[in-house]
Design a protein around this ligand. Structure first.
Ligand code: DGY
Length: 323
């Protein structure tokens, strides 16, 4: 008698979206939605798992991969996969999958929301009403800066970058971009202009980072970069916290080297509310919710389930990470 494969899901997900997995395997799920599975338990589960459905907060490193003797596939519920040692996994015969494409528009919407929220001081304004501070309409009350007709500089012109650029065209923005390779489609369809990194950061009113975290992008946004930005510029990050040196960002904000920051991601997640960056009036800080719409998160779960089922059945997954 053959035993059914064992799949461990590292966070509470919708069982309905993972239904295809329950049909072919024994599925166990960490029952908490907001608390990660403790490392020791994850290592225990990995030892007997044929497949892992992981979150971007799980470190799938050599230590874990070394104990995971039966593991065939890791399906990460994210487009980013910097939490996984993909090379080591592949060398160990383990397939790694992510969730590209299905979250592109949702993440672009959130990124554009961060631009608007920071420029137009939406959170400060909403708190102003909730805290009963609103006494009268005032000519400069909570006046922010315009987004329309300004220059956006997108660092990382992949699919999400391009979707943000598309939204920027609706705001009549000039679009600069910097990327490892030229993006012909963004240039011809959206009028995006390729720039060096230095040209982009010194000319953009909104510097938006959507580049994946790699050795090249780690701390790309540091003291040197912030000094080159306009004093009036707003920095937006919806990729990974480690692309920024947060101490340098804080210094740049308090020294008025830049005007504000909209941040969905942080070096340490969750970031403490007592963190100096979070306390600044000109910082909009969100809890890494780039792809967090119900539709998209359910679709991401479906895709993870599909990828795991394919690999366990000996087929190619839809979205394998190729490095
Ligand atoms: C991802 O999928 O990598 C994003 O960071 C989610 O918001």
């Amino acid at each position: 008698m053959t035993t059914r494969p064992y799949i461990f899901v590292t966070r509470k997900c919708s069982e309905q979206q993972l239904q295809p997995l329950y049909e072919i395997a024994d599925v166990e799920m960490w029952p908490e939605e907001e608390t990660p599975c403790p490392r020791d338990l994850l290592l225990e589960k990995a030892k007997k798992a044929d497949a892992l459905l992981t979150m971007l907060s799980d470190s799938i490193d050599k230590q874990l991969l070394d104990v995971a003797g039966q593991l065939k596939v890791v399906a990460n519920l994210a487009v980013g996969y910097d939490n996984i040692d993909v090379h080591y996994a592949n060398d160990s015969g383990i397939v790694v999958c992510n969730t590209p494409d299905v979250l592109t528009d949702t993440t672009a919407d959130l990124t554009f929301g961060l631009i608007l929220a920071t420029a137009r001081r939406l959170l400060e304004a909403a708190d102003y009403v909730k805290e009963n501070q609103w006494k009268s309409w005032g000519p400069l009350l909570l006046a922010g800066v315009d987004v329309h007709h300004k220059t956006i500089g997108i660092v990382g012109m992949g699919k999400i970058g391009q979707a943000v650029a598309k939204r920027a065209t609706g705001f009549d923005m000039k679009i600069l971009y910097h990327n490892r390779t030229r993006n012909e489609e963004a240039e011809t369809k959206l009028g995006a202009i390729y720039s060096t990194f230095d040209e982009l950061i010194s000319n953009a009113d909104f510097v938006v980072c959507l580049a994946p975290l790699t050795d090249e992008t780690r701390e790309l946004f540091n003291k040197d970069a912030f000094i080159k930005m306009k004093n009036s510029s707003i920095f937006v990050n919806a990729s990974r916290g480690a692309v920024v040196n947060e101490v340098d960002l804080y210094e740049a904000l308090i020294n008025n080297e830049i005007a504000g920051a909209g941040l969905d991601v942080f070096l340490q997640e969750p970031i403490e509310s007592s963190h100096p960056l979070v306390g600044l009036h000109n910082v909009v800080a969100l809890p890494h919710i780039g792809s967090a719409s119900l539709e998209t998160r359910y679709t991401m779960m479906n895709l993870c389930a599909d990828n795991i089922a394919s690999v366990l059945k000996g087929n190619s997954p839809k979205t394998e990470v190729i490095v």
